[in-house]
Design a protein around this ligand. Structure first.
Ligand SMILES: Nc1ncnc2c1ncn2[C@@H]1O[C@H](COP(=O)(O)OP(=O)(O)OP(=O)(O)O)[C@@H](O)[C@H]1O
Ligand SMILES: CC(=O)N[C@H]1[C@@H]2OC[C@@H](O2)[C@@H](O)[C@@H]1O[C@H](C)C(=O)O
Length: 365
C-alpha cells in the first residue's frame, strides 16, 4: 500500500521579507507541492525583526512579543494552505517551522531562530517541529545550511552533475555530483546587502529586477575590496549571516564619495561573482546549475551570474518540479518529516557536525 502523508513547511529567511508556506504531500517517498502561500511581514514586524538583530533596550521582552506576533502570521499562512487544499488540520502530520533568525553565532555555540511553537500548535491544531539548527550546533556543526539534504532528496539526478544555488538573504550552494557525497555551504551574500542599500537609498524593500543597480557603473577598486571579504576565502563547511554581510561591513569599506547606484551595481557583481567563484573552487565541474530563492527574480543578478559562469547551463528549479520561490518552504516540510520519522536532517559533511542528528523539537497538536 502506498502511504500518503501531508506536511507543512514554514520558512522565514534572512531577507526579513515574510513567510513562505508550502503544503507538501509525500507519497511513496516522492514529494509534491499541493498549495503555497506567502505572508509578507507588515512594516513594523520587519523593522522590529531587523532592530532585534543587534542588542537594544528591553530586548528579551520585545523578542518574546515578536515571537508571538510571528506565530499569528504563520497561523494565517497555515489556514490559507488548508483552505486552498481543502484539508482539515487533522490530516497534516506536522508543520516544520524555521523561525526568524535573530543571531547566528555557531562559533560561540549557538544560533537563535525565534518563534513560539507551543502557540503555533494551539493556533493551528497541528503538531509543530521547530528549532532545527540547535542540535547540529550542539554537535559541533554550523547549524546551516540545512537545505542541502532536502535538495539531495528532491533534486539528485543519476544523469548529470547538478548544483542548486539558493539566493535568499544569504546565498548557499548544494553540490549534487553523480558520484560521491552531497556537499553544500553558504557561499556569501544573496539579497541582503542589495536590499539593505536599496532600502536606505530608494526607501524600497528591494531593487525590483535589479534595474537601479544595472543603471550604475562598476567601481573596480570597491568591487575588489568587496571580493576580499575573508568569509569568501574560507574553505567549507561554512555559514554566514547578517553578522558578516550587513550594512555595517559595507559602510566600513566605502569612502563616502561613491554614487549610490554605482555601489548597488558593485553589490550585484559581488553577489554573482562570489557565488561563481565558489562554484569554480569547490564544486568540480557541474553541468547544470538551478537557481532558487527570491534572487531568481532579479533579472540583472541572473544576467551577472550567467556572465560569470559562461560554461554552465543555468536554469531555475521550476524545471525540476519545484518553483524557485518555494524550495526552502518545501525543504522545511521535508525536515519536519525527517524528525517525525526519527531520521537525521543534517549532513555532517555540510554543516561540520560530529555526526547525523535528528533535528528539531516536537510540539504535539
Ligand atoms: N522582483 C524582484 N526583483 C529583485 N529582487 C527580488 C524580486 N522579488 C524578490 N526579490 C528578492 O528576494 C528576496 C526574498 O527572497 P527569499 O524569500 O528567498 O529570502 P529568504 O527566505 O529570506 O531567504 P534565506 O532564508 O535563504 O535567506 C527579497 O528580499 C528580494 O531581495
Ligand atoms: C542561520 C540561518 O538562518 N541561515 C540561513 C541563511 O539563509 C540562507 C543561508 O543563510 C542558510 O545558511 C540558511 O538557510 C537555509 C534555509 C538553510 O539552512 O539551508
Amino acid at each position: 500500500m502506498i502511504e500518503t502523508e501531508f506536511y507543512i513547511g514554514l520558512m522565514s529567511g534572512t531577507s526579513l521579507d515574510g513567510i513562505d508556506a508550502a503544503l507538501v504531500c509525500f507519497s511513496d517517498g516522492k514529494a509534491s507541492t499541493l498549495a503555497t502561500h506567502y505572508i509578507p511581514y507588515p512594516e513594523d514586524v520587519r523593522r522590529e525583526a531587523l532592530a532585534l538583530q543587534s542588542s537594544g533596550p528591553d530586548e528579551l521582552h520585545r523578542t518574546a512579543l515578536l515571537s508571538n506576533r510571528l506565530m499569528h502570521l504563520h497561523a494565517e499562512g497555515v489556514k490559507a494552505l488548508l483552505a486552498a487544499a481543502q484539508l482539515g488540520p487533522d490530516r497534516i502530520t506536522a508543520q516544520g517551522c524555521h523561525g526568524q533568525t535573530l543571531r547566528h553565532r555557531p562559533e560561540s555555540g549557538y544560533t537563535l531562530q525565534i518563534g513560539n511553537p507551543a502557540l503555533l500548535a494551539e493556533l493551528t491544531g497541528i503538531a509543530v517541529v521547530a528549532d532545527f539548527r540547535s542540535r547540529d550546533v550542539a554537535a559541533g556543526g554550523q547549524g546551516a545550511p540545512l537545505v542541502p539534504a532536502a535538495h539531495a532528496a528532491l533534486f539528485q539526478s543519476t544523469d548529470y552533475h547538478r548544483l542548486i544555488l539558493n539566493i535568499g538573504g544569504i546565498a548557499n550552494i548544494t553540490n549534487l555530483p553523480l558520484q560521491g557525497d552531497t556537499a553544500g555551504f553558504d557561499c556569501g551574500p544573496g539579497n541582503m546587502l542589495l536590499d539593505g542599500w536599496a532600502s536606505r537609498h530608494l526607501g524600497l524593500p528591494y531593487d525590483a529586477n535589479g534595474a537601479w543597480g544595472q543603471s550604475g557603473n562598476v567601481i573596480s577598486g570597491l568591487l575588489e575590496k568587496m571580493l576580499a571579504h575573508p568569509f569568501l576565502d574560507l574553505t567549507p563547511p561554512k555559514s554566514c549571516g547578517r553578522e558578516q554581510f550587513g550594512l555595517p561591513w559595507l559602510d566600513g569599506i566605502l569612502t563616502g564619495t561613491e554614487e549610490a547606484a554605482d555601489v548597488q551595481r558593485c553589490l550585484l557583481e559581488l553577489t554573482a561573482r562570489s557565488a561563481a567563484d565558489a562554484v569554480r573552487r569547490w564544486c568540480a565541474q557541474p553541468e547544470r546549475l538551478y537557481v532558487c530563492g527570491g534572487g531568481a527574480r532579479n533579472g540583472a543578478l541572473m544576467t551577472a551570474l550567467t556572465a560569470a559562469l559562461p560554461d554552465i547551463e543555468i536554469g531555475l528549479t521550476d524545471q525540476l518540479g519545484v518553483p524557485a520561490d518555494w524550495v526552502e518552504a518545501v525543504a522545511f516540510a521535508w525536515l519536519a518529516r525527517q524528525h517525525v520519522s526519527g531520521l537525521p536532517g543534517n549532513l555532517p559533511k555540510v554543516t561540520g557536525s560530529q555526526g547525523p542528528r535528528v533535528l528539531g523539537a516536537y510540539y504535539p497538536a
